[in-house]
Design a protein around this ligand. Structure first.
Ligand SMILES: [Zn+2]
Ligand SMILES: [Zn+2]
Length: 365
């Protein structure tokens, strides 16, 4: 089979790899139907995630079809269409039992395209399948659910829930990339009073407005702190959510939060940031950090089924799976291409996939 392989910092290729096989009885093998690329994949390629071994297949977000199941798998069958999430849960360790799948110590957590082969491939081995994948209702398309694999639960759990967003709250989202925009989308579930989006790129701020931001601030041209204080009557926001991952944006969040407010860090940081306790100690501010657990994936899936949540606007570019290399070029050049998420689409092989395509052709007549 073909797969996108990390061959060391700066080196990726679309190359031939052996098809995955069942290794543990709790595994399934999934044929990948749709996959996507994450900013984290770019960090890996920059060499920022040294535990990723050269030779590893990248990718941790996919929709696929089960083609083979291990002996101990009881809730899945070949032919099932499933969401393969960025987080795997062993279902048995102390952290999984309290819903903290991201902290799994039983062999799960973030493993795809990190500690084991990932999902930008024609097939993938999925460990702990019973407790880690989500069956997809037949009425939903791949694109409607694909972003449940990472950005939606990350935005919702680490941004909106950790940030304690409630009705009427004024919130600031620093960073309007895919995660920041997914925070705009999922924050609206709580009817905040005002959503302020802050970024350096006008095109992303425009997208934030389309998705529901009320105020946008280009922090490259404007004094972000001054503007936030101006629109909040001088107090600052109830919750400031960091969705970039650099020291400046974290520190900005601590400057624009009101006394008694919350700072929720979502960004992946590679460098130390300064915590200004000399000003914060007296302000009763709560700061949270976190990796997604994906414990809310079933709830978000229900919202998509009911038409209350639509993440399809994130799909800005589509490529056939075997053009994953070109998809990386487009995604990595987001400043020029305005890419949010690139969808990698496998050709329908046979069976269900082929039937779906026939139905589509029929409906166009
Ligand atoms: Zn990701
Ligand atoms: Zn576990």
């Amino acid at each position: 089979m073909k797969a996108l392989v990390y061959n060391g910092p700066g080196l990726r290729s679309w190359e031939e790899k052996p098809e995955p096989e069942i290794q543990d009885p709790t595994d399934v093998i999934v044929r990948i139907d749709s996959s996507t690329i994450c900013g984290t994949d770019l960090h890996i390629l920059e060499g920022d995630v040294p535990e990723v071994e050269p030779g590893t297949i990248l990718g941790h977000e996919a929709v696929g079809t089960v083609v083979e199941i291990g002996d101990a798998v009881t809730t899945l069958e070949p032919g099932d269409r499933v969401l393969v999430s960025c987080i795997t849960s062993c279902g048995r360790c102390a952290f999984c039992k309290e819903g903290h799948y991201g902290l799994c110590t039983g062999g799960g957590g973030w493993i795809f395209g990190h500690l084991i082969d990932g999902l930008q491939a024609e097939f993938a081995r999925v460990p702990f399948a019973d407790t880690s994948v989500y069956k997809i209702p037949p009425e939903l398309t791949d694109e409607q659910v694909l972003f449940l694999a990472d950005i939606l639960p990350t935005a919702y759990e680490v941004g909106v829930l950790n940030g304690g967003i409630g009705p009427g709250d004024t919130i600031a989202i620093v960073g309007a990339g895919p995660i920041g925009l997914a925070i705009v989308l999922t924050a609206k579930l709580y009817t905040p009073g005002k959503i302020i989006a802050i970024d350096l790129a006008d095109s992303r701020l425009e997208k934030a407005r389309e998705l529901g931001a009320d105020v946008t601030i280009n922090s490259g041209r404007e004094d972000a702190v001054g503007r936030v204080l101006q629109v909040t009557g001088g107090f600052g926001v109830d919750a400031a959510i960091e969705a970039v991952g650099v020291p400046e944006t974290f520190e900005l969040c601590t400057e624009i939060v009101r006394p008694g407010g919350r700072v929720a860090n979502v960004g992946v940081h590679g460098h130390p940031a300064t915590l200004h306790l000399e000003t914060l100690w007296i302000r009763d501010v709560t700061i949270t950090t976190g990796l997604v657990d994906t414990v809310t994936t079933p709830r978000l899936l229900k919202l998509i089924v009911e038409g209350r949540l639509d993440a399809t606007p994130f799909a800005t570019h589509r490529f056939p799976l075997d053009e994953t290399m070109a998809a990386y070029d487009t995604f990595a050049a987001a400043a020029e291409t305005d890419a949010l998420k690139v969808v990698l689409e496998a050709e329908p092989a046979s069976g269900k996939g082929a039937e779906r395509e026939l139905a589509l052709v029929g409906s166009n007549d």
